[in-house]
Design a protein around this ligand. Sequence first.
Ligand SMILES: Nc1ncnc2c1ncn2[C@@H]1O[C@H](COP(=O)(O)OP(=O)(O)OP(=O)(O)O)[C@@H](O)[C@H]1O
Ligand SMILES: [Mg+2]
Length: 253
Amino acid sequence: MSTSLIETQGVSKIFGAFTAVDKVDFGIAENDAVGIIGPNGAGKTTFINILTGNLIPEEGKVLYRGEDITTIKIEKRIAMGILRTFQLVHIFDNITVYENLALSFYRKDENRTVPFNMYLVNFLKRKKIREKVEEALSVFELEKKKDDIVGNLSLGNQKMLEIAMAWIADPDILILDEPFAGISDHEIDDILIILKKLHHKKTIIIVEHKLSKLTELVDTLCVMHEGKVIASGPCEETLNDPEVRKSYWKIEE
Ligand SMILES: Nc1ncnc2c1ncn2[C@@H]1O[C@H](COP(=O)(O)OP(=O)(O)OP(=O)(O)O)[C@@H](O)[C@H]1O
Ligand SMILES: [Mg+2]
């Protein structure tokens, strides 16, 4: 019996003649945090798209709590507790922070079977949303921004909001694709403080290029190169792996 909360066995994703993800075996135990690193085009986003159901692999399996979910749809995986953020933020620009959080909570709670306006008619549901959104605003320190239109926020705040939107759906696994890309060191540190609070309470998978920030958070690293996982394990050991030195650091020995 595997101890991984989510794992892949030999998954591959092929675009035409190009293999973007090549027979990847991966696993993460519940409440651990793993960083996925690798050069541009290594297949990191494609791999997490396989975990979330945005892409179905041509070969291999995805197992969640031991169950084969390889071909299960995105919405069902969200309901199962697999939530993600995107390399380019996916939020509704023209509504407020509060409304984005409320919508995200509703999406998980009702799985979209009841239209949002009908859902809000129900007083108890409204109360539940209000309480949960207020909790999210507090955990992510977004109280002061709650009435701001999201399109007017800094990219750092938008990234924070997107993580809060995943968190409010009560994920078992939080998958973050480059949460630190394009934002200032100060904004990265703000997000890191929050993620550290979630560490060992949620299972976290982070794709990130900013290695020094990433290793402040994760327990293990998984290094991808040309679609393959070339090394994985504790951070320092993995970064000193001979294959990683050659392919990732480009150190000739
Ligand atoms: N839908 C697609 N059709 C064709 N090729 C694709 C598609 N999606 C990704 N690729 C290719 O697969 C390779 C891996 O892309 P992917 O986005 O997974 O890389 P990445 O490791 O996330 O890179 P980055 O660090 O730049 O985000 C790239 O060469 C990319 O061009
Ligand atoms: Mg990517």
